[in-house]
Design a protein around this ligand. Sequence first.
Ligand code: ADP
Ligand code: AMP
Length: 220
Amino acid sequence: MHHIILIGPPGAGKGTQATKLVEQRRMVQLSTGDMLRQAAKSGSELGIEVAKIMESGAFVSDDIVTALIEERLSSGDQMHGGFIFDGYPRTLAQADSLSRLMESVKTHLDGVIELVVDPEVLFERITGRLSCPNCGAVYHRSANPPDKEDICDSCGHKGLVQREDDTEAALRTRLLEYYRKTSPLTGYYFRSQQLYQIDANGTPAEVAEGVLSIFNNFAS
Ligand code: ADP
Ligand code: AMP
């Protein structure tokens, strides 16, 4: 069992690769973006607040996201093939919290995989992304369309949507947030010798090969 972080800017392909690892290695995907979208849908006071922040492209507070992760880690969830942290941690404070949380459940991270993608590719991926509002499955208008137009392959829901924050304006804010607050984490994990960088400009299958090859480096 191995626990990893997938790190990279919005559109790098974290969710796409996490889905493959769930299928191939029976890992558990912990996406704070998915958890926050769920909270936003609930219509609670906190959910409404969270939805507003997410739509702008800014980060939700460290306290809120760390509480969500803490709840999942302490829920006694079966770890199966290990955890994939997708979109968390995004700040140095979150990285410190995660390290304490992992210690408290007597485990540790095996590696942090950075998906490195050219900026113009990110723009194309984000503005073409389609999501299923029912199950969260992710597609791309041209690179990865569903088998039947506008119908989710995974759950059969009709009506795929563009996320509220997958607009040009919100993407600019999201990229600024990433480069200011998240990219320093690569230095943090380089220092602890846990960082693996891969070129993620290729096809999803090519990137998946790169991700899987990193697992061979982990102690068993
Ligand atoms: P992230 O979780 O890092 O924001 P996603 O996995 O949601 O990124 O991918 C963003 C968009 O790019 C989606 O529309 C997805 O289908 C598409 N995509 C993901 N990986 C690739 C790839 N290697 N090549 C082309 N398109 C991709
Ligand atoms: P994602 O689905 O990972 O692209 O995340 C969508 C949005 O959710 C981000 O733009 C942030 O507003 C919020 N978000 C997700 N994860 C975090 C996190 N770890 N810290 C702060 N905000 C987050």
